[in-house]
Write a new protein. Structure first.
Length: 231
C-alpha cells in the first residue's frame, strides 16, 4: 500500500456522481502504459470514495449501477484509465522527466537517419525535441508519445523508425562468443555454416542498435569480423 502522503486522487465522473480513489501516481502511470501490476496494492486505502477528502465511501448500489460491478480492482482500473489524476507540481515534473527519458531511449534504440541508415546519437534527439517543443504527458503511454514525437522531429532531422538487415561473417575461432552475441540482438533471418568452420548469417535489428551491436561484435572478435548493411 502507498502512504497517504504519497498518494494522489484519481477521479471519474459518471452522470451526476463522482468516484475517487487514492492511488500511487507512478503505479497509475504504469497501468496506463500497459504494465501488469497489482493496482489494489498501490491504493492508500482499499476503497472507492464519493469524496476522498471527507472520507465518504461510494455505496455498493452506486458502484453496481455505474460500473456493473463492486469489485474494487476493476473499478480502480476504470477510474485510472478513464478519469483524471491530480498531481502536485513536483510529482508532475518528476514523472515527465522519467517518461521523457523512456521516450528518448525508445527513439534512440529504434530510429535512424533513413538516408544514411545510421542511428541518431541521444544528444541529437534531445536537441531536436527541445527545438520542436515536444510536450511530455506523464499519463500517456510511451508508445503513443514516441509516434507523436517522431512526427514533430521529422521537419528538424531526417528520422524514421525502422529495422536494418545486416549480413555477418564470423571466423571459426570466434564462433563461441560471437554467435551468441548476434542471436541476442535481433531476429536471425538466415544462417549458413561454411566448410572452413566460419559462419555467415543475416540478422534484423532495430536501427538504433547498430553502434552498440558493432561495438559488441568487435569486442568479442577483436575486430576480426565482416558486416554489411543490406538494402
Amino acid at each position: 500500500m502507498v502512504s497517504l502522503d504519497d498518494a494522489v486522487i484519481a477521479r471519474l465522473k459518471k452522470g451526476e456522481e463522482h468516484f475517487e480513489i487514492l492511488i500511487d501516481p507512478y503505479a497509475a502511470a504504469d497501468l496506463i502504459d500497459g504494465k501488469e501490476i497489482n493496482i489494489v496494492q498501490n491504493l492508500a486505502i482499499d476503497a472507492i470514495f464519493k469524496d476522498s477528502k471527507k472520507g465518504t465511501h461510494a455505496s455498493e448500489e452506486s458502484l453496481q449501477n455505474n460500473f456493473g460491478t463492486t469489485n474494487i480492482e476493476e473499478i480502480t482500473k476504470q477510474i485510472i484509465l478513464k478519469g483524471d489524476i491530480q498531481l502536485t507540481t513536483d510529482q508532475r515534473h518528476k514523472m515527465q522527466k522519467n517518461k521523457r527519458n523512456r521516450i528518448i531511449e525508445t527513439i534512440v534504440r529504434n530510429a535512424m537517419d533513413p538516408k544514411t541508415k545510421s542511428p541518431h546519437p541521444r544528444q541529437r534527439i534531445e536537441l531536436a525535441m527541445e527545438e520542436a517543443g515536444v510536450h511530455i504527458d506523464p499519463f500517456k503511454p510511451v508508445s503513443e508519445q514516441v509516434k507523436t514525437t517522431i512526427e514533430l522531429l521529422r521537419p528538424i532531422i531526417p528520422i524514421s523508425m525502422e529495422s536494418v538487415r545486416i549480413s555477418i561473417k564470423i571466423p571459426a575461432e570466434h564462433i563461441g562468443r560471437a554467435y551468441g552475441t548476434v542471436r541476442g540482438y535481433g531476429t536471425l533471418e538466415r544462417e549458413d555454416w561454411q566448410s572452413d568452420g566460419s559462419w555467415i548469417g543475416i540478422i534484423k535489428i532495430a536501427a538504433g542498435m547498430q553502434t552498440e551491436f558493432y561495438d559488441r561484435l568487435n569486442d568479442v572478435t577483436k575486430g576480426n569480423i565482416s558486416t554489411k548493411i543490406l538494402k
